[in-house]
Design a protein around this ligand. Structure first.
Ligand SMILES: [Zn+2]
Length: 147
């Protein structure tokens, strides 16, 4: 059979059959399996439920896994905390939009009040539409009188 480029690493390899598009390198096989599982979860509700139960059972047998993970990877825990804040803000905004859409009558055009947020700190810029990676940014307050 003729050599073809791997869908994972673009290296040319000889496939075992015409359906094989990933080479045998472990990293490419991991990609293949991840894609397969993603597709399987999206199309097979029974498989999805089995996976959910298996994960639940595994977590019951390893109750400290996430606690240990956060301790071993503080930067990931930090990132997740930032992303959760964003998700919470989105949920709150959606709830406000939902509640206000149920109100019939007078709309308060500008009911926002300044809350005196302290903006300084580390944040994640998360694209809302495009599927690209989040970017970590730093925001520092600058005194009004500074040059
Ligand atoms: Zn490959």
């Amino acid at each position: 059979m003729e050599q073809v480029p791997c869908a994972g690493c673009s290296t040319f390899f000889i496939p075992r059959n015409k359906f094989q598009i990933f080479c045998s390198k472990p990293c490419c096989q991991r990609i293949r399996k991840t894609l397969w599982q993603k597709q399987k979860l999206a199309t097979d509700p029974e498989y999805k439920e089995e996976q959910r139960l298996a994960q639940k059972k595994w977590l019951q047998n390893n109750p400290d896994y996430w606690k240990d993970y956060r301790r071993r990877h503080p930067e990931k825990a930090d990132r997740n905390r930032s992303l959760q804040k964003i998700r919470n803000m989105k949920n709150r905004r959606d709830q406000i939009i939902y509640k206000s859409s149920k109100n019939i009558g007078i709309a308060k055009m500008d009911s926002r009040k300044p809350r005196g947020y302290k903006l300084s700190g580390q944040y994640w810029l998360v694209p809302a539409v495009a599927k690209i990676d989040a970017v970590k940014i730093f925001i520092t307050s600058v005194p009004v009188n500074s040059p």
